[in-house]
Design a protein around this ligand. Structure first.
Ligand code: B12
Length: 254
């Protein structure tokens, strides 16, 4: 059954890993007139991503670690790893699941492996000293996608921030009372599912009522489907799309 999962790679051969091809996903040249064609999005953009994705789908934990280590040894940093290997592989896992090519169990296997890996590579973060700032990070209520915000937490931490990572599905009242207690310089909220927007709105409104000057950072895939304009009605609420933009934001933060 393993061959069933092999994903087509169209980039160069790094020499470190063998390219695996099969006919399950037919190679197609990207054509912008095809718009959002899902088949094209399953084409890996680099060798590491291809190998990592296959290791995830195979549940091969030690191979995911080996690929990660090779990627870092080849001069890439943790942010590149998160964006170009881990995130891009998980996005493809989502497409494969959505297209019924893999089971829910396999999707869980992949995300569980990535969560484990994040813990394993945490000591490798390039810590840049203590800045004295605090950030509280959480998903919106009912939101179970916590890997993205965990990566965000790591970027804050590597930039010298004290982090309080609450993870998935924090009830609004709990988040607000915790924020009142620890007084973070930034409250970072993640939302992946657009239908959680009412929960998000409730969360922002409650924070604004209880802690009016709280700086809030928001992100997650839900905003790629709209909703960023809606944020302009709030003061001190900023949307950022990815880890690079967070680094830039933090470099100018005061
Ligand atoms: C793993 C996964 C799950 C796991 C999550 C496990 C976990 N521990 O997190 C589980 C199994 C729980 C799950 C459940 C569901 N999932 Co799901 N899941 C995924 C999958 C495959 C990967 C998610 C992931 O980790 N991505 C990688 C991270 C790194 O990316 P990211 O979240 O975008 O984060 C980046 C940026 O957005 C940003 N960012 C994120 N948060 C923040 C916050 C701030 C403040 C900032 C500044 C930036 C920022 O930084 C990150 C780095 O760049 C995605 C596919 C995909 N496209 O992501 C589907 C996906 C998100 N899931 C989807 C769906 C539909 C569901 C379910 C509804 C399925 C169901 N019927 O039950 C449930 C919903 C559960 C819930 N109530 O939340 C859909 C959502 C589609 C949509 N229209 O909204 C997706 C896109 C799959 C698909 N192709 O259809 N899922």
């Amino acid at each position: 059954m393993l061959y069933y999962y092999k994903i087509l790679y169209t980039g160069y051969n790094s020499g470190r890993f063998t390219i695996v091809r099969n006919n399950f996903f037919k190679k197609r040249t990207y054509n912008s007139t095809e718009g959002d064609d899902m088949e094209n999005k399953t084409v890996a953009s680099n060798q590491y991503e291809l190998d990592f994705l296959n290791a995830l789908l195979d549940g091969n934990r030690s191979l995911t670690l080996e690929i990660t280590e090779n990627y870092l040894l080849n001069g890439n940093n943790i942010m590149d790893l998160y964006e170009n290997v881990l995130k891009s592989s998980l996005y493809k896992v989502g497409i494969l699941w959505e297209k019924n090519k893999i089971s829910v169990a396999t999707e869980h296997l992949a995300s569980a492996l990535v969560e484990t890996l994040l813990n394993e590579i945490h000591p490798r973060l390039d810590f840049k000293g203590k800045k004295g700032y605090k950030v509280l990070l959480s998903c919106v209520e009912n939101e179970y996608h916590q890997i993205g915000i965990k990566m965000v937490s790591d970027i804050f931490e590597s930039n010298g921030w004290k982090t309080y990572f609450l993870g998935a599905n924090t009830p609004t009242n709990e988040l607000v009372s915790f924020a009142s207690e620890i007084k973070p310089d930034i409250l970072a909220i993640s939302m992946s599912i657009y239908f959680h927007f009412p929960n998000f709105e409730k969360m922002i409104n409650t924070i604004k009522n209880e802690i009016p000057d709280q700086k809030i950072l928001v992100g997650g895939q839900a905003f790629s489907r709209g909703g960023v304009d809606y944020l302009s009605k709030y003061e001190n609420v900023v949307y950022l799309p990815d880890l690079k933009s967070i680094e830039t934001y933090l470099a100018n933060f005061n």
